[in-house]
Design a protein around this ligand. Structure first.
Ligand code: PLP
Length: 364
């Protein structure tokens, strides 16, 4: 195996328990995108065991994989465009989000076909201007009470919860509450109101309601290192490490151009290691020259451009590293997910979710 992702399931359990201590709301563990790259089924099982009572995914196929793995917890899938197999969703007891009148009609029709009442969560757009009912709201209020669905939940999503104190959060909260009143005035009383993502779970207790939807924090990462501090500041333990085997070590002379475009030259006689991972594995090409690996007791920075399947690091002339040794590419004593994110000009969410499926996940 030339590279692998080491997932610390104990860290995930610990993070969930830590988050649970800060709220009386139920926890919905967000396991979309292969559990943020950590592995859908093992993470979902761990989350449920650690005290999450719900699971949330974006796609219907993700929800169906959870059912196939015999996971019994209630599941919501919230990104299901027209054309998705709503009948299969209902038959597998997967709860669906309703972000439009079109979705309501399609889900009702599928319920009739499946001979079951679909369980749904009404999604309102409270200012993010992405998912959820907006201008259709008044029309929706006229039909929802007599529709053939069971309204289990009412929900929305924050655009700027990772900026504590940001006025937009209070504005979204106000809209959320006033629309909930309007809904209840039609006689529809959702059992579960849910609004908070990780950032709001950690910083806005007033919006926890009955349930919080926790993603990034359960993986031990900060929703926003600039506004909210690091994992450590938040009491979270990162769960992902990425490791790779050194393919080759070679001695080179000062001034040797390294990699495509010869963007860098060695500054002295040194040893280089060729690491068997590249941008097709999810190592960001943009991070060329700004991140690296931990190996032989020290950090070795990337030199030159990241290639598709490999990149080169500068070990230093005195290094004892040999081909076959294991380099820590992300996490542990190496460059953290947040350091890789900074190097690539992106966020920690993208670093963990972009690790390709061809890199095997190993569980500890
Ligand atoms: C991804 C997602 C979350 C989790 O967000 P985090 O910032 O990772 O906690 C919560 N709710 C919805 C609807 C999402 O799509």
């Amino acid at each position: 195996m030339r590279a692998f992702v080491e997932v610390d399931l104990k860290a995930i359990a610990k993070n969930i328990k830590w988050i649970k201590r800060g709220t009386s709301a139920d926890i919905l563990a967000v396991v979309k995108a292969d559990a943020y790259g950590h592995g859908l089924v093992p993470v979902a099982k761990t989350a449920v065991k650690a005290g999450a009572s719900w699971l949330g995914v974006a796609l219907l196929e993700e929800a169906l994989l959870l059912r196939k793995a015999k996971i019994k917890a209630p599941i919501i899938a919230w990104l299901t465009p027209p054309g998705e197999d709503f009948v299969a969703a209902i038959k597998n007891d997967i709860q669906l989000s309703v972000p439009s009148l079109t979705h309501l009609k399609l889900i009702e029709a599928a319920g009739k076909k499946a001979k079951r009442t679909p369980k749904v969560h009404i999604e309102v757009d409270t200012g993010m201007t992405r998912g959820g009912l907006l201008k259709e709201w008044d029309e929706f209020l006229k039909v929802i009470a007599k529709s053939n669905v069971e309204v289990v939940g009412y929900w929305s999503h924050f655009a700027r919860a990772d900026e504590p104190g940001q006025k937009a959060n209070a504005t979204q909260e106000k809209i959320f509450n006033s629309k909930l009143l309007e809904l209840m005035n039609t006689g529809v009383i959702p059992k579960i109101v849910h609004f908070a993502n990780s950032a709001a779970t950690l910083t806005i207790p007033a919006v926890h309601s009955q349930m919080v939807r926790v993603g990034i924090a359960m993986y031990g990462l900060s929703p926003d290192v600039n506004h909210m501090g690091s994992s450590k500041d938040l009491g979270l333990t990162p769960a992902m490490k990425v490791k790779a085997i050194v393919h080759l070590v070679k001695e080179v002379s000062k001034g040797s151009p390294v990699g495509y475009g010869a963007t860098e030259k060695t500054k002295s006689d040194t040893k280089l290691a060729i690491i068997a991972m590249g941008y097709s594995d999810g190592i960001p090409r943009q991070s060329s020259n700004a991140a690296g690996v931990y190996i032989g007791g020290r950090r070795a920075p990337i030199i030159g451009r990241v290639s598709m399947d490999q990149f080169v690091v500068d070990l230093g002339a005195d290094s004892k590293v040999q081909a076959g040794d294991i380099a820590t590419v992300i996490g542990g004593k190496g460059y953290s997910v947040d350091e890789w994110a900074r190097a690539a000009g992106t966020i920690n969410y993208e670093i963990v979710t972009r690790i390709a499926s061809r890199v095997p996940r190993i569980y500890a």
